[in-house]
Design a protein around this ligand. Sequence first.
Ligand SMILES: Nc1nc2c(c(=O)[nH]1)N[C@H]1C(S)=C(S)[C@@H](COP(=O)(O)OP(=O)(O)OC[C@H]3O[C@@H](n4cnc5c(=O)[nH]c(N)nc54)[C@H](O)[C@@H]3O)O[C@H]1N2
Ligand SMILES: Nc1nc2c(c(=O)[nH]1)N[C@H]1C(S)=C(S)[C@@H](COP(=O)(O)OP(=O)(O)OC[C@H]3O[C@@H](n4cnc5c(=O)[nH]c(N)nc54)[C@H](O)[C@@H]3O)O[C@H]1N2
Ligand code: SF4
Ligand SMILES: [Mo]
Length: 710
Amino acid sequence: MRAKTLADSTKQSTQSLYIQKLVIAYNGNKTTEIFMEKVHTTCIYCGCGCGLFLHVENNRVIGASPSPLHPMSRGRLCIKGWLAGEFVGHPERLRHPLVRQREMFVRVPWEEALSLTATRLKEISRESGSESVGILTSAKGTNEENYLFMKLARAGLKTNNIDHVARLCHAPTVAGLGYAFGSGAMTNPISSLKEADAILVVGSNTTEQHPLIASYILKARARGAELIVADPRRTQIADLASIWLAPRPGTDIAWINALQNFIIQEGLTDEDFISTRTEGFEAVRQAVSVCTRELSERVSGIPAKDLKEAALAFGSAERGAVVYAMGITQHAAGTDNVQALANLVLMTGNIGREGTGLYPLRGHQNVQGACDMGALPDLYSGYQKVDLAREKFAEAWSTSLPEEPGQTALEMLESALEGRLKGLLIVGENPMMSYPDRTRIKKALEALEFLAVCEIFPTETTDLADVILPAASFAEKDGTFTSTERRIQRVRRAVPPPGEARAEWKVARDLLRRMGVAADYSSAADVMDEIARVTPIYGGVAYDRLDLKGLQWPCPSRDHPGTGILHSEKFSIGRARFRAVEHCEPFEAPDEEYPLILTTGRSLYHFHTGTMTRRTSLLEREVLQPTVEISPDDAKRMNIRNGQRVEVETRRGSICLEARVTQNVPAGTIFVPFHFCEAAANALTAQALDPKSKIPELKASAARIRRAKG
Ligand SMILES: Nc1nc2c(c(=O)[nH]1)N[C@H]1C(S)=C(S)[C@@H](COP(=O)(O)OP(=O)(O)OC[C@H]3O[C@@H](n4cnc5c(=O)[nH]c(N)nc54)[C@H](O)[C@@H]3O)O[C@H]1N2
Ligand SMILES: Nc1nc2c(c(=O)[nH]1)N[C@H]1C(S)=C(S)[C@@H](COP(=O)(O)OP(=O)(O)OC[C@H]3O[C@@H](n4cnc5c(=O)[nH]c(N)nc54)[C@H](O)[C@@H]3O)O[C@H]1N2
Ligand code: SF4
Ligand SMILES: [Mo]
């Protein structure tokens, strides 16, 4: 008998766009039926926000595949997306609530863990004041979770001490573009990039960190668009560029101002746009008039002729777009860096049209959403200021709310060191690995009287907790994520959580109730309904509207289709604001003792502190061990060979790892990714903060390197 092909024997038993049930009947000697389900959801890793299906068999995730109809990813995923399901079923998942008893973690019922968390935080707040407690919430969590933890801090604990890793990421964007445009969000949809005639990419390793966004940039490049990349390292996107500018880390304002000066001199500004849609240009014109290309060359190391070429290419483009990420924001001058780029797109009139715009690439898959939900010490959901919106929220939640803005993430930990902050709840962050100056962070967390951590895996941070609350992962709960293009998309429960692990919207709800705040939610959709009621930019969002495409905010009402391009007619603040900025040296300049600049970041295969990607076999196989990138010149001078073990040291600490000698970093700069606990980059970094946004300078520290002993 002819063996049946898979096609013969595959029946689609139900077919909806979101959940496809397949019955595969294998017809060999006997018939075996396998039930497989494909559940449509959103990738857990980066801010691109690709759509994918999780494949489920016997209540286990067995794989993932791209969503062909997704408006941005269109049937494509990067390698992390294809493997996004693997960590879900990992045997090390946290399965039960745990409480520390005499240096041991002991399993306790949920009731006990929740009551202990609520009681301890409330007790501390009663005894030492509400500013002695705080919450760090998660850019890995859903919007609904972030909203409820924001509510828990404000309504439950009566504090505005609520923040999350956006503080280490795009806080300068929220502050800088909030001032310049009235909104810190990406101005255009990702797809708009393919229509640009010139794209300037600054401090973004786009092909590795935002692969799907890179695909749109490369589409424009293939069409003949100019691609200018400014990165001290020769990244893949720098390699593909028409012009590569390699500034010394921490010198971007110097060259961006000089670029603007040349654009102004050449008459390449958009005078009409400047006069009708902006204010404050004259001050910028004056400030940059002294920034010559020669001066920029001395400060940044970028040859004057390359800068001229870049200025002509960008300035003469009909549609110019500017893309940036951590190379711009993670500096003590982060907010000024962002403003410098805002000045550039404003003076060239590159805003509000297809193919133009300013693209801050949000990192975590839901860091945009966590900010939108008001997991920030000075803002409620939808960027409503604490002082202006307090009464509105007090009425909506039928409770009293705190007046003073709270502390930012690093300020909270600094308060802990000083004994002022005593109780902390951390939801889905791993500060022991991701925050700068690890020794100091450890001291701060150890100084707390009470620390609760809600996580999916044991981490360096859960090690220090008094209570560990096991969370459901993205594959095990309902909710929404908002991607970097402001696209609010569904996350769907595909499998049950392991053991007793729970979706955090339930955890937050139960903590709210224990603190006497009404929390009447029976599903994540109920939470979204409340978000929509109190958050004008999410006003028209409801689960029944979030089909395969999601919705881009602002979406103020049920009949509003969502917004692709922002600021097309006018800015929410009326006119956009120029602000003059000037270069100042990074907090820690290299010197005789520490002659190199250490810059830190990421690689394609791993995500941050590695909790998920280092539990994904194919990804872990790609990068066998941590390395420090060093230029051939420096390596020769310091007698270091490729593959040798070296010690990298700063004034904060030292780590040992393998040297990778490469032309891709310039002489004088070394690069270490922060994924690896065995060589934690944040043992080296400092807590030098940008005064405007309180982001730490993670991209420039003075360092030295030598062959490791033994
Ligand atoms: N694979 C993977 N993807 C990710 C992540 C991950 O961990 N792994 N994380 C996500 C998150 S949260 C984020 S925020 C993004 C980050 O995405 P990116 O910001 O693209 O990544 P980074 O490696 O932090 O830094 C980007 C580049 O900045 C350059 N740089 C350093 N200093 C300077 C400087 O002073 N000036 C300029 N012009 N450039 C400089 C570095 O050489 C580096 O190539 O990635 C997201 N995507
Ligand atoms: N030196 C240096 N340091 C940096 C940076 C840098 O470039 N250089 N970049 C900074 C930036 S941009 C960022 S965004 C931060 C990232 O810093 P973090 O956000 O602290 O890093 P992650 O490893 O992504 O931590 C997220 C945690 O959430 C957990 N998790 C995943 N899903 C869930 C869930 O559904 N629920 C719960 N409760 N937990 C979950 C994961 O296991 C993981 O431990 O690092 C910052 N630190
Ligand atoms: S590009 Fe980002 S969102 Fe898309 S599959 Fe890769 S990690 Fe996931
Ligand atoms: Mo980030």
